[in-house]
Design a protein around this ligand. Structure first.
Ligand code: NAD
Length: 361
């Protein structure tokens, strides 16, 4: 395991993507958001993605420095085409449009189609919350057919995340943000590189056996080799039996079909689709009841007696807030294989050995 300070890592990732052809601004944005994922404890969506993003860039699956194209525009609704731009660029452009419309009209819906990987969806809820808005996001990852529906063995869904953000005056927002699979694919990736082990019920093999072994998804692989989920015969399982599987289905229909991205299908190029709703609490509730009730209810929920004597009830976003403070101070822990794969990627785009050595000096 290596531990790397967050600011060093984001600067390093920025250097990698600038060498790979992005503008400095975009490269810094990619570095920033990948590192925030690690800081919040979501290593699945952090810097371990660097080699795969570069591979997608080489294959033309993702394009540097895109600007969203407006497909539909009304005072309360927009559909935007991400043109396969990096998600760290086109997602905030789409959120910006939603924020502007919701601040003016009180409510807005924005469909983003054909985005490159938008990473941790909580980033976009946090961006809306920073503008004082509640937001709800249904997302799919078309082309990333990984998850078996309840009762099935074969892959039919992406890990289709769902996210809700609620701003709190003077406090970090409440952010519920999760994949509708037992684990996000990045967690399988991370486990396959020697990171945190998967729960035993995360995957299902093609014969129906429930498993926590990453080989079920990736087949055979060498330690630092790029993982390829097309090589495995099994699937990740949808969470929460029929309820989680149903939510995944709706994320596919709303984030995928309704945005024009398309619900997940075999052999399609990777793209995230995201349907987002934005609500301005100040317009829906000019008397300020909402934020007071959010504070009251949060305390009420957290006051539930814990099952374990030393346990604690957490609310959405609290885990991430704590992790951000801890890792912000101590640095980002990375499994050796993850770090080796990032260094290989840096070498391949032409960063010098001296530059690579600076990161851990
Ligand atoms: P997860 O299982 O870690 O769940 C995270 C959510 O649960 C957060 O809202 C967190 O605050 C809450 N939480 C965690 N511990 C808690 C506790 N003890 N009590 C109460 N609440 C708690 O998340 P995940 O499913 O592994 O998803 C990880 C990330 O992957 C998310 O940011 C998601 O957006 C992202 N993702 C992205 C894509 C994509 O295509 N871009 C696909 C899948 C997932």
């Amino acid at each position: 395991m290596v531990t790397i300070k967050a600011d060093r890592m984001s600067a390093f990732v920025a250097d990698i993507f600038e060498k790979a052809g992005s503008s400095r601004t975009e490269a810094e944005r990619i570095g920033k958001y990948l590192v925030i994922a690690n800081l919040t404890g979501h290593d699945s969506h952090g810097v371990q993605r660097v080699p795969r993003y570069l591979e997608w860039k080489r294959l033309g699956f993702v394009r540097p420095d895109q600007t969203v194209k407006v497909v539909t525009d009304t005072p309360v609704l927009a559909v935007l085409d991400g043109c396969y731009g990096f998600g760290q660029t086109v997602a905030p452009q789409a959120v910006e449009v939603g924020i502007k419309k919701a601040l003016s009209m009180g409510l807005a819906a924005v469909g983003l189609r054909n985005a490159g990987h938008i990473g941790r969806v909580g980033d976009w809820a946090e961006m809306a919350a920073a503008a004082g808005l509640v937001s709800v996001h249904f997302v799919n990852a078309a082309g990333s057919n990984l998850v078996a529906p309840f009762g099935g063995v074969e892959r039919r869904f992406s890990t289709a995340p769902f996210c809700v953000g609620v701003p709190r005056p003077g406090k970090t927002p409440l952010v519920l943000d999760f994949a509708t699979s037992v684990v996000a694919e990045g967690k399988v990736l991370n486990a396959s590189f020697g990171g945190k082990k998967l729960p035993d019920n995360a995957l299902v093999a093609s014969d129906g056996e429930i498993s926590g072994d990453p080989h079920v998804l990736y087949g055979d692989y060498a330690p630092a080799e790029l993982r390829d989920y097309r090589k495995g015969a099994g699937a990740i399982r949808a969470f929460g039996d029929h309820k989680g599987s149903g939510l995944a289905f709706m994320c596919e229909l709303l984030g995928g079909s309704l945005t024009g991205t398309g619900a997940t299908e075999e052999g399609r190029q990777f793209a995230n689709g995201m349907l987002s709703f934005y609500i301005d609490p100040q317009k829906i509730d000019p008397d300020g009841f909402f934020s007071k009730d959010v504070a009251r209810y949060t305390s009420f929920v957290k006051g539930s007696k814990p099952i374990a004597p030393d346990g604690e009830v957490l609310v959405p976003g609290e885990q991430e807030e704590r992790m951000r403070a801890e890792r912000g101070a101590q640095g980002l822990p990375l499994p050796d294989n993850t770090w080796a794969a990032i260094k290989n990627a840096a070498c391949e785009v032409g960063l010098s050995d001296a530059r690579i050595a600076q990161v851990t000096a």
